[in-house]
Structure formats: C-alpha cells, structure tokens
Ligand binder design. Structure first.
Ligand SMILES: [Zn+2]
Length: 345
C-alpha cells in the first residue's frame, strides 16, 4: 500500500517560443558570481553555442556529454564543483546527465532542449546506463525549461518522431497504472493520469498534421512532452509516463545497447501493450506511421528474437512495477504471436 502522501516537485518556469534561446541570460535568474557549467551534446551546432555564450554574458564551462552513463555524470559533476548552476543544452543525453549531476551537487538545473525526442526535458527523472538498474532514477525536475521552437524545429525529423513515440506510450502507461491500483492497491492519481493521456492524444488525434512537423505542431509536441514530465512531478513517480511499454524498451536497451531511440522503442512497445490491454492498437500504429515513427522492429535494426525475448523478460527488470506483463506472463510462443499479430515482427 502507498503511504497516503507524496511530494510533488515541478519546474518553476518555462520559456517557449521562436528565438528564446537569446534570452537564456535573463532566464537563468539565480546569477551569482559562481560559474555556469553547460552539459551539451556533440550535435549542438556552433550557432547555438555562440548564441548561448552571447546570452549568458560570462563565458560558461562546456562539458561534452558522449553517452548517458555514470562516467559522463562524474565528468560533469567534477567540472561543476563550485559552480552555481548546470544548463543542459542538447538532446536527451546532455539533459539527463546534467540533471543528475546538478541533483548530486544540490545546485539548480536548467533544461535547454535542442530536440524533442523524449519527456526527460521536464521530468524529475533521468535515464542512464551503468546504474544498478536499467530504468530511470529520480532526481529533481529542472528549475527552468527554455524551449526554442526555431531550434527544435530544425532537429532531424527522426528525433521529433521519436518524441511522438514517447507521447503515445502514456496510453498504456496509464492503463498499467490503473491495473496496478486495482490489483496491488498502489496509489493512483486520476488527475496526473488524465494529464498524461491528454499528451498522448496530441499525437493520437492529430498525427496527420503533426507528421508535417510545422512550427505549430512542434510547439504542441514540446508542450505535450513538458506536460508529461509535469504529470510525473504531480504523481511523484514516473507511473503516468512509464509502464510495460517502457519496460519493454528498457529490456531492449540491455540486449542491444544504443540500437534505436528511446521514443521509437517505446512507441513500438505501445502497439503491443495496447493489444494486450484490449485497446485500439491499430490507432496507435496508424498514428506512429503518420508521424514517420517506426512500427516494425526491423526498421530500427532490432531482430525478431530480441523483440520476443524482451516481451518475455521485460517484467523481471522491475518486479516492483505491476503492469499488464505481470498479469499476462507471456511465454516465447505467446510473445511471438503478439509481435506477429501487431506487425512488429
Ligand atoms: Zn519515455
């Protein structure tokens, strides 16, 4: 049973719009004499780097994040000793690594996503390799999120489609949470669940328009991703954002590290988990197709046997999280049948 209370931790402010990256200096308001450390990915363009430096006024210390793992967190933490804040500029990795480093040092973290590939841009959670468990860990949400739509719109379409995959996954995550509440008595928050579902609907209801990734659609996508992170903050757990489809994705991460993007694997997982839940899985598959996200595992280089093995084993990596996979306990035959029936393999 849940203890009957929980802590909600939320971002304090969000600045969103075209060209807002130029306002980073005003946005980072806790300016003191202490230095700013920036965790960034190698893909961050020189134009973005120059704009960030100009906006901050004082030269920051750049640390390049090469992977979302504990070594990179240590690297950023070392560079940020005595720093006043950490700003994560880039895609998923630099935000996750910067967020955890800031959490360990007890200093504010600002998130400046340059793509919209998953919901870690606003959530209190960070997903890393090299920990004792292959799923996200609790840190603190960013103090501020600065989302420049102009910058994010120019990210590769594959990254934006991956963000759509992470959004549709809230459909089965919420179903799993409801199921867990019924079976184990675990706390269930109807409000945060509705908020997460609303974000999934942004893709499920508007996939045709979304798939063109015009500025308006990218803004909807980013706001929906921020909102799911807030839903996790309200729930005090990743429950509204992460269910059996995330366990499936995490197991694939263990089997085939670095193959496919997080949101792509979660999207594919959602198709299959939706069918297990008796939901309209074809609607999920159509929406993913419309936004250009993969619906077959082979499209992202994942083999049939990896899919089947992940379906069978996914629930073992996090036994405390009750989902449809705990309920249905797939064997190799039924897992293969599910993957084939949904066209994933
Ligand atoms: Zn996710």
């Amino acid at each position: 049973m849940s203890p009957g209370y929980h802590l909600m931790e939320l971002p304090t402010k969000v600045l969103i719009g075209d060209g807002v990256i130029e306002k980073l200096g005003e946005f980072v308001t806790d300016k003191g004499p202490r230095k700013t450390v920036i965790s960034s990915g190698s893909q961050v363009t020189s134009k973005v780097r120059a704009t960030v430096e100009c906006a901050l006024g004082r030269k920051p210390v750049w640390v390049e994040v090469t992977a979302a793992d504990t070594q990179n967190v240590d690297k950023v933490t070392r560079a940020a000793r005595g720093a006043g804040r950490i700003v994560g500029v880039g895609g998923g990795k630099s935000v996750d690594v910067g967020k955890l480093a800031a959490f360990q040092l007890g200093i504010p973290f600002y998130s400046v996503p340059t793509s919209a590939s998953h919901d870690g841009i606003s959530s209190p959670f960070a997903s890393l390799r090299g920990l004792d468990r292959p799923y996200s860990v609790k840190a603190k949400p960013p103090v501020g999120i600065l989302a420049d739509i102009e910058v994010i719109s120019s990210a590769p379409k594959r990254l934006l489609a991956s963000g759509c995959g992470d959004l549709v996954s809230k459909l089965t995550a919420v179903k799993d949470w409801q199921l867990a509440h019924e079976v184990t008595g675990e706390y269930y928050g109807g409000y945060s669940a509705s908020l997460a579902l609303m974000s999934a609907d942004v893709v499920l209801d508007g996939s045709k328009t979304m798939g063109r990734f015009g500025k308006g659609s990218v803004r909807d996508l980013v706001e929906a991703l921020i909102s799911t992170g807030v839903a996790a903050g309200i729930a005090g757990s990743s429950r509204p954002c992460s269910g059996s489809e995330h366990l499936f994705s995490h197991y694939l991460d263990v089997l085939e590290p670095g193959v496919g993007l997080h949101g792509e694997k979660c999207g594919i997982g959602t198709i299959m988990m939706a069918r297990l839940h008796g939901l309209n899985w074809k609607r999920v598959r159509n929406a993913l197709t419309n936004v250009g996200a993969p619906v077959r595992a082979s499209t992202i280089g994942i083999g049939d046997s990896q899919v089947v093995q992940s379906l069978v084993k996914a629930s073992t990596i996090r036994p405390d999280r009750y989902t449809i996979l705990s309920e249905r306990k797939l064997d190799y035959r039924s897992a293969s049948a599910l993957a084939k029936a949904t066209g994933v393999i």
